[in-house]
Design a protein around this ligand. Structure first.
Ligand SMILES: Nc1ncnc2c1ncn2[C@@H]1O[C@H](COP(=O)(O)OP(=O)(O)OP(=O)(O)O)[C@@H](O)[C@H]1O
Length: 618
């Protein structure tokens, strides 16, 4: 199944699949060796989530099994008394206390089982919350570059989808097998009293079903790893056909047929893969159950022989039949638990691995305090390549940003302007070269504190599904009128039905959508509100009409009187007043100077500027 390919769909084995395949192929013994660590961790997780619930669940599970064994011994007592050679009335009277003990054991066993089930229902949402919270705590702390790494991205998605469930699944499996094992031990005690041969026989009878369930679990896990990429593709296609963002283009470009055909192709591939796996799993289970049935029969034959040979009493033989049934169900809950623990353990290991890998990518905390006022920012010979990219996005770039200056980055699409601004903003770290603030390397400065000194009006800013006010302040505070006026957001807010309290997400009742230019004004307001000493503006006016564009540049200029601005724009008329302009080409700085110097030089900048000026002059 592993060599199946799907044209056009990325189905190459991912490094994390390799790990999965390794685990899935490593067999029962390897997994059993890993299991104690996983069991320990999941019990610790449960303990940390709720001590009381964990203790009660463990106690109730074991107590229920204890009463199973008591019930058996009491049953044996009842039968022994009923089979005595005395008048019936006397036999019944003699058996009464034991009958009461049987009934009491059954009631208590049921009560403890229900208590365990109740605690399980309590623990499940709490553990899921703990795990999901841990996941997002980490995903929001890793370096931004991790999200450019497709492996990491896939791992996040897979972990969110499956591994969170893996933890509770593993815990129930562990509880099930602890209960089953404890039940087996107590019943073994009872069976041992009747005849020493009975217990080993019962255990032997379970071998075929154990083999079948472990094998079937492994196939299940391998299938999940095998279809991961195709599943992702199918979800992407589904999203394109169900989400608002793509709905307009799907219609205007008549993409429905193409998307549906692709969806059908990918989905059919997944279904074929799953059907074949289901057949394999079913075949294994049928073989296991058949052999299991034969083994059960053999146990009864041996019991018959023992009875015939006078090795066991009739009452003991009758109790043994009951005990064998109970032992069968304890064995199956032990094995089912073990098998589920094995399968859930595979997913839970993914979660643990994800935690470890994410931990390695966390932005370091602590370090030199960030400068109170912005000092000179120097980028020296910095290079940066995106994960998986063949070409570096920046090659040996050097720029200087003096306090209070407006510095502009210009250049063609893809020349590296945004990447450079992210290096300055501490979102990416240079692989070679340095970025320093007031002489201190930015990688040594406390990352959060550094980012707190920077406001970014990003090119791909987020349309937060919050109210207009919250979209500006990114908190519950209300933005001051001066910020609204400086960004032109006042005219946007004015037209909203609930002003600053209008939800900017049409997917919710009462929510609304803004135009591209209106959103951009909100993003500019967000940058100005932050009031940081360095403002990075990445094409802040690309979606604005001419009048608004002029107004915004004026505002940013006024803003720059006390602060420093790093500006990226394709509108060269707007960078004329910059103190320094850097021209980038294919990840390198090819020219720098102010407008007059660059025009005089007659290079790339002068050519671009003249072209734009001509276009405006008509
Ligand atoms: N997340 C990413 N992963 C891989 N490559 C990327 C990523 N982001 C950008 N690149 C590549 O890095 C190079 C520089 O991109 P960057 O966004 O810095 O250019 P830019 O000058 O800001 O372009 P534009 O004017 O179009 O905004 C481009 O070749 C781009 O394809």
């Amino acid at each position: 199944m592993g060599d199946e390919t799907l044209d056009g769909v990325e189905l190459v084995e991912q490094p994390w699949w390799m790990h999965d395949a390794e685990v899935a192929a490593s067999g029962l013994l390897t997994m059993l060796r890993r299991l104690p660590i996983l069991v320990r961790e999941v019990l610790i997780l449960s303990w940390r989530t709720s001590r009381a619930d964990t203790v009660v669940m463990l106690g109730a599970t074991m107590a229920a099994e204890l009463f199973t064994a008591f019930g058996l011994l009491a049953t044996n007592d009842v039968l022994t008394r009923l089979f005595q050679a005395v008048p019936t009335g006397e036999r019944i009277r003699a058996a009464m206390p034991a009958i009461v003990a049987v009934v009491a054991s059954m009631v208590l066993r049921a009560a403890f089982r229900e208590a365990a089930a109740w605690i399980k229902a309590r623990l499940e949402p709490q553990i899921t919350q703990t795990i999901s919270t841990r996941l997002v705590e980490l995903t929001t702390r890793v370096e931004l570059a991790a999200f450019d790494d497709p492996d990491f991205h896939d791992q996040v998605q897979r972990t969110s989808a499956l591994s969170v469930r893996g933890a509770t699944w593993l815990l129930w499996a562990v509880m099930g097998s602890i209960g089953g094992l404890f039940g087996l031990v107590t019943i073994a005690g009872a069976l041992g009293v009747l005849h020493p041969l009975l217990m080993p026989l019962v255990l032997l009878a379970t071998v075929p079903t154990t083999w079948a369930s472990v094998r079937s679990a492994r196939v299940g896990y391998q299938v999940n790893a095998g279809i991961a990429a195709a599943n992702r593709r199918q979800r992407t296609l589904q999203d394109l056909m169900t989400e608002r963002a793509s709905a307009a283009e799907v219609r205007s470009y008549g993409m429905r047929g193409h998307l549906l055909a692709e969806f059908e192709r990918v989905y059919s591939w997944i279904t074929r893969y799953e059907l074949r796996a289901a057949r394999r799993q079913q075949l294994t289970t049928v073989v296991g159950s058949t052999l299991g049935g034969v083994a059960d029969g053999a146990v009864y034959v041996v019991l018959g022989v023992l009875l015939w040979a006078g090795q066991v009493e009739l009452a003991a033989a009758a109790t043994a039949v009951l005990a064998i049934q109970r032992a069968g169900s304890a064995t199956s809950s032990f094995l089912y638990g073990l098998n589920s623990a094995y399968e859930a353990g595979l997913y839970f290991s993914d979660y643990r691995d994800f935690l470890t890998r994410a931990q390695e990518r966390i932005s370091p905390q602590g370090g030199t305090a960030a400068p109170a006022d912005l000092d000179r920012v120097s980028v020296r010979e910095a290079s940066f390549t995106y994960p998986g990219a063949e070409e570096p996005a920046l090659r040996g770039v050097s720029i200087e940003i003096e306090p209070g200056q407006v510095v502009a980055l210009v250049g063609e699409n893809g020349s590296g302007k945004t990447t450079l601004s992210k290096l300055v903003g501490g979102l990416y770290l240079a692989e070679e070269g340095t970025v320093s603030w007031g002489g201190v390397e930015s990688r040594d400065i406390d990352r959060d504190a550094l980012r707190g000194r920077i406001a970014v009006i990003a090119q791909d800013f987020t349309h937060w599904p919050f109210t207009a006010g919250q979209n500006i302040t990114l908190s519950t505070a209300r933005p001051p009128a001066s910020v609204l006026a400086a960004s032109g957001a006042d005219r946007v807010v004015e037209r909203l039905p609930y002003g600053l309290d209008t939800l900017l997400d049409p997917a919710y009742r009462g929510g609304t959508e803004l135009s591209g230019g209106q959103w951009q004004r909100i993003a500019v307001a967000r940058g100005l509100y932050r009031d940081a000493p360095l403002l990075i503006c990445d094409e802040p006016t690309a979606a604005l009409d001419a009048r608004s564009e002029h107004a915004i540049f004026e505002s940013i200029r006024r803003h720059a009187v006390q602060r420093t601005v790093l500006m990226i724009t394709h509108r060269l008329a707007s960078v004329r007043w910059a103190d320094r302009i850097y021209v980038l080409e294919r990840g390198r700085v090819v020219e720098s100077g102010d407008h007059a110097e660059l025009m005089e030089r007659g290079g790339v900048y002068a050519e671009m500027y003249t072209l734009q000026a001509k276009a405006y002059a008509g």
